[in-house]
Structure formats: structure tokens, C-alpha cells
Design a protein around this ligand. Structure first.
Ligand SMILES: [Zn+2]
Length: 232
């Protein structure tokens, strides 16, 4: 991937990059957790109906993420960031912290962060590595005693800080999409904006995206295989 000092790189990553570290996505066909479809544990309705079940799901995901390690693709992106500095922006759909643990700093978690929780009254969020697996011991806000929920964007909720995402897209010169289908909103919207601005677009993933024609360059490979050599 040829980049000059004039370039600004916008990277969008999705489940495919974490899959390389063994983290399940639970989305899509057959993605069951403990007999529940993910829609039954990752929606505002699920939270209203059974917060203990929702916390058991996210506690398990915290355990899984803690046990996982960043892979070669996470490290390759951290390496690009070291070179590009402020001309680098990473927007991830993933809620795990593998990018940070690989060394990424300029990162935005559009779907929230697994290791953050937030007060349901004030919406203030805070770092939280705890497990809440006892239905009689669910977390409450230290300040106002309202219930505390995962700081995760659930199905039917709006992604976090879309303004900053569009601002960064607006000044990028290259869009790199990694490990996400690229055909589902919002990724599809990102590549459309990039095309309107006539900037270079690159897709990396093991399967052809439905909107393959929207990309200038398509690399059919897993992120862990493709990204390290793209950095060199
Ligand atoms: Zn509160």
C-alpha cells in the first residue's frame, strides 16, 4: 500500500479482524450464545426484559476478550499509525480492546467498548473490567444508584459520534476497509462517501463484498494474511 506524507488514511475494521484472534462475532447465521440468538441479548428490549441475562452475556464476552491476543493484522495497523501519526484514523465496529493492546491510539469504537459501562440515567461512562454473573448482584451507579449497563451500541441504537467519523472521512485520501462485509450500513455508506470524493478505496477480506464494484482495489484474503505485507 503506497502512502505519501500527503495522505490521510481512514481505516474501518470489523469482526473479521477479531476473528483472527479467535473471538466469536455471534452475528449472522447460527450465531447462538447459550441457546440465545444475539438479538435476544444485545437490544434495548433484551435489557428491559432481563438485565441479568444481558450482563451474563457481556461478562462472558469480557472473559473471552481478556483471554484473546492481538494478531498480526492488529499489529500491522498499529505500525501504520506509528508512521502516519495524525494522518491516521481507525474506526472500528469491534467492541474488544485488541487494537489498543496492539498499540493503536487514534481509534474510535463506533459500536462502544466492552470494557466500559455507563449509568442509564446520566449516560456517563467509565472503565469497567468486572464480571456481573450473579443476578442478585448487578451494578448500580455510585453517584445516583441508577442501573449500569454495558457501554455497547445495541441493535436499533445509533453508533457513537458519527459526526467525528464523517469529519475524518471528509479529509481522508485513502479508505481501507478490513474484515467487514462492506455491504451493510454503515460501511457501505463510508465507501459511497469515499467514491463521491473520488479518494482511493481498498477492501481486505476473505470473501468478495456485495458492493465489490465500489472499491478500487479488492484483496481477497484474511486480515492477518494480507495486512502485514501491505505495511512493508
Ligand atoms: Zn448515575
Amino acid at each position: 500500500m503506497h502512502l505519501t506524507s500527503q495522505d490521510r488514511l481512514f481505516v474501518l475494521t470489523g469482526a473479521g479482524i477479531s476473528a483472527g484472534s479467535g473471538l466469536a462475532t455471534f452475528r449472522g447465521s447460527g450465531g447462538l450464545w447459550d441457546g440465545h440468538r444475539v438479538e435476544e441479548v444485545a437490544t434495548p428490549e433484551a435489557w428491559q426484559a432481563d438485565p441479568a441475562l444481558v450482563w451474563r452475556f457481556y461478562s462472558q464476552r469480557r472473559r473471552d476478550a481478556l483471554a484473546a491476543q492481538p494478531n498480526a493484522a492488529h499489529k500491522a495497523l498499529a505500525k501504520i499509525e506509528q508512521r502516519l501519526g495524525n494522518n491516521f484514523y481507525l474506526c472500528t465496529q469491534n467492541v474488544d480492546d485488541l487494537h489498543e493492546r496492539a498499540g493503536s491510539h487514534r481509534i474510535h469504537h463506533m459500536h462502544g467498548s466492552l470494557f466500559q459501562s455507563r449509568c442509564t440515567r446520566s449516560n456517563d461512562h467509565f472503565t469497567d473490567h468486572s464480571f456481573y454473573e450473579d443476578p442478585n448482584d448487578l451494578p448500580v451507579c455510585k453517584t445516583c444508584h441508577a442501573s449500569v449497563r454495558p457501554h455497547i451500541v445495541w441493535f436499533g441504537e445509533v453508533p457513537l459520534d458519527m459526526d467525528s467519523i464523517y469529519r475524518e472521512l471528509d479529509r481522508a485520501t485513502v479508505l481501507l476497509v478490513v474484515g467487514t462485509s462492506g455491504s451493510v450500513y454503515p460501511a457501505a455508506g463510508f465507501v459511497n462517501i469515499a467514491n463521491q470524493r473520488r479518494i482511493r478505496t481498498i477492501y481486505v477480506g476473505p470473501e468478495e463484498p456485495l458492493n465489490i464494484d465500489s472499491f478500487d482495489e479488492v484483496i481477497l484474503s484474511t486480515a492477518t494474511e494480507a495486512l502485514p505485507s501491505m505495511v512493508e
